[in-house]
Design a protein around this ligand. Structure first.
Ligand SMILES: [Zn+2]
Length: 539
């Protein structure tokens, strides 16, 4: 007798092949039979007539590093059918870190869950062990932030690493790879990641490549310099002989709309040349980050307190304004402000004054009778340099769709999983709807993708990328990470003003064969595993 049979489902198996109807049997967390299983007995049976059964979705780009520690349920992602989270993106992971960095993360952990004991470990092994010991609902894959290694060795110092510093960083990456990391990530608009140039990153990527790692990159520019930034990512792939995953691919700023054609062509050419490049994307035209990302990188050298000091100094503030609004930026950096404007930057998380959340900076400027740039500075100063969360409407719908249908695109939410209960701040709706809204808006309503192709971009595309040979498809012998949903109703109703809305139309989600979401309720199951790289010789 098997544990579970899901009967009469329309199987969208994750490969992109045409769907078919079948029963699926699960035993000990593994898919054991697929077909007409009328005579097979099961402890539990679910009739899935009219529903689609697909492999659990793999969110290849998350920031759930802290949220999984403080709340293992990962609800905003799992309610859409996500069963695996890829952590450590955009240059910043929880570990490796030094004691000072661990101390700095304590407050955030306590804020997110006052009841949970803060995790104070410093190594990848300790972090993975902690996740395993606390238990997690989805599976997790760890990626090492290059920014972590740099901060440990050079703190927020600008300029290239010297030989000794580079060796120290390489050793940090090496240890993390040996302890279970699947690759490294950079966030080349964020400090201290941004201070690293191509040679330094290439050397670190070579270490990751020795362990069959992947180079994930939030590239150095997503607006005016997006073409150069894509070229840099490809160059690192070429020189370090490492697979390159460009994170949340886009072209930002009205003046750059249409550039997706150029960058997709570059990616196709690189692929043809033999560089193993792919990319991920979330299906929204607004991006999210911290308001300090509007400022030139020099404004943050030395950390938050230094940044606030500079913002309070009229001369430095004026210098920043020149850089922020310069047509060509500083030469090597251009503010996200360009091609967006204050009327398209929305405050979504501001703990000193919750009434500002949901308002555009231009709107606040009117209310305060102040210049919008001064509002921007004031918000950062009043929050003592702590994160002021924003979304900014910068992408064009045509680019979004052109990138989405490209065969090398896969879906990644670029968010930490959060709960749907009311809370401070407005997370980007992509935390609640990236996967579900593709299946609703772009598959069912706009018919931009077939259901089969969309599911492939959420499951086997990622599994292949991460070298997982037993997930991402509905096949006999594969792990029973599964999502059952109604193709007629699935969708992501979350929006910018009311983002904390779970996906609709998802019936059930199983992780390693264990039911974790059923009709909108989380069962409390913690059947997720921290996955380890497969086929890597760690000696
Ligand atoms: Zn990023």
């Amino acid at each position: 007798m098997v544990d579970l049979i899901i009967r009469n489902a329309r199987i969208v198996d994750g490969s992109g092949a045409a769907s078919y109807n079948a029963d699926v049997a699960i035993e000990n967390g593994v898919i054991t039979q697929i077909g007409s299983l009328a005579t097979v007995e099961a402890k539990e049976t679910i009739d899935a007539s009219g529903k689609v059964l697909a492999p659990g979705f793999i969110d290849i780009h998350t920031h759930s590093d802290t949220s999984l520690l403080v709340d293992s349920r990962a609800q905003s992602h799992m309610q859409q059918g996500v069963t695996t989270e890829v952590l450590g993106q955009c240059g910043g992971s929880m570990v490796p870190r030094n004691v000072a960095m661990a101390e700095a993360s304590k407050a955030m952990q306590q804020r997110m869950n006052p009841k949970a004991e803060p995790f104070m470990g410093t190594t990848t092994a300790e972090y993975i062990a902690e996740l395993e010991q606390r238990g997690i609902s989805p599976n997790a894959i760890f990626i090492t932030g290059q920014g972590n290694a740099r901060q440990m060795v050079m703190n927020f110092e600008d300029g290239p690493a010297n030989t000794e510093q580079l060796e120290q960083m390489k050793a940090i990456i090496r240890q993390s790879m040996q302890e279970g990391s699947f690759g490294i990530s950079t966030g080349l608009i964020y400090t201290p990641s941004v201070y690293a140039e191509v040679d330094e990153i290439t050397e670190l990527a070579k270490v990751a490549a020795e362990y069959k790692g992947i180079y994930f990159t939030h590239i150095r520019g997503e607006n005016d310099t997006v073409v150069e930034a894509v070229a840099e990512a490809l160059e690192i792939g070429r020189r370090a002989k490492i697979p390159v995953q460009i994170s949340h691919l886009k072209a930002m700023g009205k003046h750059m709309w249409g550039t997706s054609k150029t960058i997709l062509k570059m990616i196709d050419d690189a692929h043809a040349e033999g560089i193993d490049v792919a990319f991920d994307q979330y299906p929204y035209t607004a991006a999210a980050c911290g308001l300090d990302a509007v400022l030139p990188p020099w404004a943050s050298i030395g950390g938050k307190a230094k940044m606030v000091e500079r913002l309070q100094n009229p001369e430095e503030r004026a210098r920043m304004f020149v850089d922020v609004t310069a047509e060509n930026g500083t030469g090597e950096w251009i503010s996200i402000y360009k091609g967006v404007g204050w009327e398209n930057i929305m405050i979504t998380g501001y703990s000193p004054d919750l009434t500002l959340e949901g308002k555009m900076i231009a709107e606040i400027a009117k209310e305060w009778n102040m210049d919008p740039w001064d509002v921007c500075c004031e918000l950062l100063i009043r929050n003592k340099g702590e994160r002021v969360s924003i979304v900014y409407f910068a992408m064009g719908e045509e680019d979004l769709e052109r990138i989405m249908v490209h065969p090398l695109q896969m879906v990644g939410s670029d968010t930490g999983a959060v709960g749907g209960e009311p809370g401070p701040g407005k997370p980007h709706p992509r935390a609640f709807g990236s996967f579900a809204s593709i299946l609703g808006k772009f598959v069912r309503e706009k018919k931009l993708l077939t259901l089969e192709e969309a599911v492939r971009k959420m499951s086997s595309a990622q599994a292949n990328r991460m070298g997982l040979s037993d997930r991402g498809l509905i096949r006999s012998g594969y792990k029973a990470d599964l999502v059952l949903f109604d193709p007629e109703t699935i969708g992501g109703p979350a929006d910018y003003l009311n983002p904390r809305q779970y996906a609709v139309g998802v019936e059930g989600v199983w992780v390693n064969g264990v039911l974790t979401i059923w009709q909108g309720e989380h069962t409390g199951a913690k059947a997720g595993q921290v996955l380890r790289p497969q086929n890597v010789n760690l000696d």
